[in-house]
Design a protein around this ligand. Sequence first.
Ligand code: ZN
Length: 223
Amino acid sequence: MFFGGAGVSTESGIPDFRGAEGIYTRAEGRIPPERILSHDFFFEHTEQFYDFYKKHMVYKDAKPNAAHKKLAELERAGKLRGVVTQNIDGLHQAAGSRNVKELHGSIHRNHCVKCGKVYRLEDVLNAAGVPRCACGGIIKPDVVLYGEALDDDTVSGSISLIRAADTLIVGGTSLTVYPAAGLIDFFHGKNLVLINKSETPYDGLATLRLYGSIGELLGSVAL
Ligand code: ZN
């Protein structure tokens, strides 16, 4: 099993939004990304939300890197059960992975909050201002915002995969963002492999720790 965070996508040119500048408004000063990406902010300031979202959350030309590709190859070879990811960019599927649990949702799925009609990413990006459904409702990305719960089926599916794994490779996450980080606690297999640029709170539990580029490290794995 592979469990990955933002660091898996930074090597495809997608920066962690936590590093992004917030929005400045006259009334409130600088609004931090965590507030802009909240459930309440989406409904109260939809236009500002989409300004930030399109600029800092959607990278439609991003391509899978060596880590995404190797994971897809490992799955095809029958050596990897699946991927649990905190990323919303769909790059694992673009690389060919089939069993992907997206804990925080996906920019590629969108729906009308009024009638439920499903929309593509292009429909959201091509809309000037707030994307709207033919029925007049606002289109919302199926991305888990702050103040929203993770999808139950996705979480239970992720837990089942992690529980059943004999080896868990964790990459590109500092393992500090809950509740996603808590999933590691469900792993009771033999080998915990951590790949990260710096230390994590779980390093002491790891069978193998690798510090460096996840694309280079995973990419060099022989099938
Ligand atoms: Zn609608």
